[in-house]
Each structure stands twice: as structure tokens, then as C-alpha cells.
Design a protein around this ligand. Structure first.
Ligand SMILES: [Zn+2]
Length: 479
């Protein structure tokens, strides 16, 4: 018999970790109507319509991935919508799609969604998503207003692929800020690269504004100085820009790039050039072929409803079949940089880099949870700190005030982690199971939009939620 005390489901006997409420211990988590209803020492079985035994497992607020790829202007040889399943299978419950398109993302969510909450940005690609090479402020203004109407959170500058002048990059930041839209930057301009030279320009490009500086680890690969020197310099810049930037870093060695070569056989994109330079290969089609045949470079391929990495001749064949416009990956992220960026703190104990992201989704490197758990096993992070980096601070970054914690009435988004493997074993969104024992069981998803995108979300037929970025850390104390 249902009473007001009845729970729809109860996660029983887990180690519940909720740093925002200073909870770490053996508790039952009661869920009602998709919300957290109770964290209690004992909820009796008759009070639960459904009991999920999580004895010995870690129960944390769901992983919020502040840098994922679920739709993309790149890499037409793989369907980015596979990223929904791949992220869900690694334990993520909410994602920011960092460089795609909100219309393509929502279409992918309908086709291949696996139950995630997703906000989407549009990557700024000249003559594709934006009409000019170094777009004027009025062109940027219109593009940002349009993407918000189509259900996007904002835009991303793809400096490692489609660099603008520093002036046009600064205009993009200002125009996004003026409209309280999200603005993320993969650093690099026409005067720098996707490395420390690009990062050094960012304070000036930011001006007095606000900016999400994407994947800090990508600029500290040792292209300019030693990796540890670059990490220290980056952390110093983050401190100076503490009230204006939000940041994340990922923990995978593999990067993601594109092997496109021009008619002369030269690699087009700066990120790909850097990957080859790092091991002394020429930045040409011959260099790509040699690097892939040596097993250094890999290509992305769809297999069994997932995206995987293959290398050697098979990868060369994929790259050639795509006329060189194929997704490639190189193991260029030094673990030492990843470790330092994930663990560095200010004197007051807060983290310098806000979040651990995947930069994955449709790239098979969704290791944020398991690598963060490895840092816990190593003693480099406490379990509380792991949850802060994986869920609580990301929720603040994005203004998702009802996520990242288990206060009564919070969204019942939960990631359950097996402490012996460090991998997620189960997850729920709004109280519904979306992943069980490593398999995605959710469908569709919830589209996170701004108020301007309400109409697009309504006509999509997808469940949606309107977010106000005034609540986000990006725009904290903005006026
Ligand atoms: Zn990315």
C-alpha cells in the first residue's frame, strides 16, 4: 500500500558519499518521483516498491561530464551519437556536448540516446556553422542568439582546428558573455597553437569576461617546455583568472584528432601536426601513414554499436577510405601532467582545475571515473574529493543546482561504483536505471536548454529542462 512515506526505489546498504551534505557512510538512499527523498540508516523493505541491493558499493551523485562529444562538425566516418551509450556505460549521467550542434545532438539523442541529461554547444567552424573566417561581432552575436534558440547552451572556439585571430576570439567571448551564453575555448589562434603559446594568449582574450578553458591537459604535453614546467605555468594562469575561468582536464593518455591532409599532402590541423612532431614524424600524409603503421596512431571505427580504436594497416585503410578526413588518436597526454592537474589545490583546499572530464563520449576514452578512483586508491585524492571533482563542482559549473548532491528534493541522478575495480556498475537518472552492470539500459535522454531554447525543446518531443546560466560558476557574480 502506498503512503506518503513510500519510496519508488531504495538503493540499500551502499557507502553513500555526498560531500555537500558531509555524508560518508553506510546508508539507504530513498527515491520518490525521480528525486532524492531520504538518506537514512535503515529504510524498511515494506516502504520500498523496489529495492536495489548495493552492499559494498559506492553510491555517489551522478558523474557530470563537462567535456564530452555527442555530435561533431568533424569525423564524418563515425556517428557521434554512439557516445550516448558509451558515456552511460562508463557511469556518466549528465554531459556537456562540447563542439557539436544542438540540433544534431537532439537528433542523436532521439536515435541513440541512452538516458543522459545533455547540454550542447555549437563549434564555430568558418563557412560551415559561422559565415566568416574571423567573424565580426555582429555575426557572432547573431550566431550565438540562433544557437540558443535551437536549444544550445552556447558556442565553442575550436582554436586547435579552426583558429581565429586573437581579436575575433575575444569578440566571441564578449558576445557570448553579453548574452549569458556558454563559451568554451580549445585554445589557439592564428598567432599561436594548440599548446602553451595558445594558453598564454587566453587571459587577454578573456578580458574582463568569463570563459570555459577546455581540457587544460592538452596544452601541457611538453610541446614548448617540459611538461611539469607547463603544468606549473598553466596552474599559475588559472589562479590569476580564478574568478573568470572554469576549467577541466581529462585523465586519458589518448587524444582525439583528425588526419585531414591538403592536396600537397600536408596535415591541415594543428593538433594532428603536434601529435606527429611529438615523436619526430613529418607532419605529412607519409608521416601519418608511418605513425599509424608503427602502432603510435589509431583510427576510430564503429563496431557493435560502439566506437573503438584500431591501429596498423586496418587504421591506414580507414584513413584512406575517408580521403584522409578520418578521426585519429595518439597517446600524447603525459600521465604526470594529468596527475598534477587533477590534484592541484589552492591554499584553502579547493581545486585549481574544477573538474575531471572525459573529452570522450564518442571517443573511446571515458575513463574519468575509473582514473579518478585510481587516484583515490593511490592516496592522491580522498573519496570526498573524487566526488567533488566528478559531480559536485561540475554541477556548480553548469548551474545544475539540483544535481551534484543528495539533499532532499535533489534529482535522483546516481552513479554506483564498484570499489574493487573503480568502475561504475550502475547508474540512475531521475530515479530510473540507465546503466546496469556496465550495460546501457536507458533510452532517449533529457535535453538541457536555456530559456531561449524552450520552444525548440518543446517541439523536439524530448524531455527537457531549462537551465539559467546566472546560476553557473561561469557567470557567478556576473552583472
Ligand atoms: Zn573535446
Amino acid at each position: 500500500m502506498a503512503t506518503s512515506q513510500q519510496y519508488d526505489s531504495v538503493l540499500k546498504n551502499g557507502r553513500v558519499i555526498d560531500p555537500a551534505n558531509h555524508i560518508d557512510g553506510r546508508f539507504d538512499l530513498g527515491i520518490r518521483h525521480g528525486k532524492v527523498a531520504a538518506v537514512s540508516e535503515n529504510i524498511t523493505p515494506e516502504m520500498a516498491d523496489d529495492i536495489i541491493d548495493v552492499t559494498g558499493q559506492i553510491v555517489m551523485p551522478g558523474h557530470i561530464d563537462t567535456h564530452a562529444h555527442l555530435s561533431s562538425p568533424f569525423n564524418r566516418n563515425v556517428d557521434r551519437a554512439f557516445g550516448h551509450t558509451m558515456l552511460v556505460e562508463s557511469g556518466t549521467t549528465t554531459a556537456l556536448d562540447l563542439a557539436g550542434d544542438p540540433t544534431a545532438m537532439s537528433d542523436g539523442m532521439r536515435r541513440r540516446g541512452a538516458g543522459l541529461n545533455v547540454a550542447s554547444l555549437m563549434g564555430l567552424v568558418p563557412h560551415s556553422t559561422i559565415s566568416e573566417d574571423d567573424p565580426r561581432p555582429s555575426v557572432l552575436r547573431d550566431a550565438i542568439a540562433d544557437v540558443k534558440k535551437r536549444g544550445g547552451f552556447g558556442v565553442k572556439l575550436l582554436g586547435g582546428y579552426y583558429p581565429f585571430t586573437p581579436e575575433a576570439s575575444a569578440s566571441a567571448v564578449k558576445e557570448a558573455n553579453d548574452q549569458l551564453a556558454w563559451i568554451a575555448f580549445h585554445v589557439g589562434t592564428k598567432e599561436s597553437g594548440s599548446d602553451m603559446t595558445g594558453l598564454r594568449e587566453v587571459p587577454e582574450i578573456t578580458g574582463s569576461g568569463r570563459l570555459h578553458v577546455a581540457h587544460i591537459n592538452s596544452y601541457t604535453r611538453g610541446m614548448i617546455d617540459e611538461p611539469h614546467e607547463e603544468v606549473q605555468e598553466a596552474l599559475g594562469m588559472i589562479e590569476k583568472m580564478r574568478s573568470q575561468w572554469v576549467t577541466e582536464a581529462y585523465l586519458a593518455q589518448a587524444n582525439g584528432t583528425n588526419g585531414l591532409c591538403d592536396e600537397a599532402g600536408n596535415l591541415v590541423y594543428n593538433v594532428a601536426q603536434n601529435c606527429l612532431k611529438a615523436r619526430g614524424y613529418p607532419t605529412t600524409d607519409k608521416g601519418v601513414r608511418a605513425a599509424v603503421l608503427d602502432g603510435y596512431g589509431s583510427a576510430l571505427v564503429e563496431r557493435g554499436g560502439r566506437v573503438m580504436l584500431v591501429t596498423g594497416q586496418e587504421a591506414v585503410d580507414i584513413w584512406e577510405a575517408a580521403s584522409t578526413d578520418a578521426s585519429l588518436s595518439f597517446p600524447v597526454n603525459p600521465p604526470t601532467s594529468a596527475f598534477s592537474l587533477a590534484t592541484a589545490k589552492y591554499g584553502d583546499g579547493t581545486f585549481r582545475v574544477d573538474a575531471v572530464s572525459t573529452d570522450g563520449g564518442s571517443l573511446p576514452r571515458n575513463v574519468a571515473i575509473e582514473r579518478t578512483m585510481a587516484l583515490v586508491a593511490f592516496g592522491a585524492l580522498s573519496m570526498d574529493e573524487a566526488v567533488i571533482k566528478l559531480s559536485y563542482t561540475p554541477s556548480r559549473m553548469l548551474g545544475l543546482l539540483n544535481k551534484g548532491h543528495f539533499s532532499e528534493g535533489a534529482d535522483a541522478d546516481v552513479t554506483v561504483v564498484n570499489p574493487s575495480t573503480g568502475k561504475a556498475s550502475m547508474s540512475l537518472v531521475a530515479g530510473e536505471l540507465i546503466m546496469f552492470q556496465g550495460r546501457a539500459v536507458g533510452r532517449g535522454g533529457t535535453w538541457l536548454v536555456l530559456e531561449d531554447g524552450r520552444g525548440a525543446a518543446e517541439s523536439s518531443g524530448l524531455p527537457f529542462e531549462v537551465v539559467n546560466l546566472e546560476d553557473s560558476k561561469l557567470y557567478a557574480n556576473w552583472n
